[in-house]
Design a protein around this ligand. Structure first.
Ligand SMILES: [Zn+2]
Ligand SMILES: [Zn+2]
Length: 261
């Protein structure tokens, strides 16, 4: 049985009580018997612990995707690049998404982030692994988009770090949590336009002092749960490249829909 508890290297010290609590929950309610999206009863053989309905309802990125950021391109959309990427370049090399952010994806990510269901990370990382593996990317290091330490303390964990940690296990590529840091708290991005998002995230990230030797000339896979306009991924890639990284790829669980107007 897959363990429900999160590895302590991906969680803050304040999360220990939660991990103990989750260990107890694992004994009482084994994690592989409920769908991670809707709580329907499932059997142990279900892929990613999703029931049939949720597997169908998730909008998988198995159609055409933007060659820059990985957003799904709707049928009938003429170009191979999304509307955002056609009007602005990115600092990262290429992005990959597993799903388009819709109702089912939102439900799952909200539960993962705000209902202390850190163990979802293992399942979501499995989905991300199956998305990225066929790409045969040459990557040296996996880094999560960082959360400010005060916010991480409040929440108990950084969901991107949990995804990155499990992905690192599946890909057998090293993961580091404390190289890329969020040096100041930022406003929630929800509701902000592309320009406001860039301003909100400006100078929000830094590379930990002394760690630039580790990332020098490295090909980095940056991991996050959601991609919207790319402002966060670009801001992270900017500081990593400035610190000597060779290139930065981005992998997310869900990307926002392509704007077609
Ligand atoms: Zn379900
Ligand atoms: Zn794009």
């Amino acid at each position: 049985m897959i363990k429900r508890i999160t590895d302590s290297s991906a969680a803050s010290p304040g999360a220990l009580c939660r991990l103990l609590w989750e260990s107890m929950l694992e004994l009482l309610y084994p994690s592989n018997i409920y769908c991670i999206c809707c709580d329907n009863l499932i059997d142990d053989s279900r892929p990613y612990s999703l029931c049939d309905d949720c597997l169908t309802n998730l909008h998988w990125a198995n159609e055409r995707t933007c060659r820059c950021c990985g957003k799904i391109l709707k049928e009938g959309y003429r170009w191979d690049i999304c509307t955002d990427c056609s009007s602005a370049s990115h600092s990262f090399e290429k992005g990959f998404a597993c799903t388009e952010y819709g109702g089912a994806e939102k439900n799952m990510l909200l539960r993962f982030k705000f209902k202390e269901k850190a163990y979802y990370g293992e399942k979501l990382a499995e989905i991300m692994f199956d998305r990225i593996q066929p790409e045969e990317l040459d990557v040296d290091l996996i880094l999560p988009v960082p959360m400010h330490k005060r916010k991480e303390k409040r929440r108990g964990y950084n969901q991107a770090a949990i995804l990155a940690y499990h992905l690192s296990r599946y890909m057998k590529i090293p993961f580091r949590k404390n190289i890329l840091l969020r040096s100041r708290e930022t406003m929630p991005m929800k509701g902000l336009g592309a320009v406001e998002r860039r301003a909100n995230i400006e100078n929000a990230f830094t590379v930990s002092r002394g760690w630039d030797t580790i990332i020098k000339n490295k090909k980095i896979l940056l991991v996050d749960d959601i991609y919207t306009t790319g402002s966060t991924a670009d801001a992270c890639a900017d500081v990593l490249l400035a610190a000597g990284a060779l290139r930065v790829y981005v992998l997310v669980f869900a990307a926002g829909a392509n704007r077609t107007v």
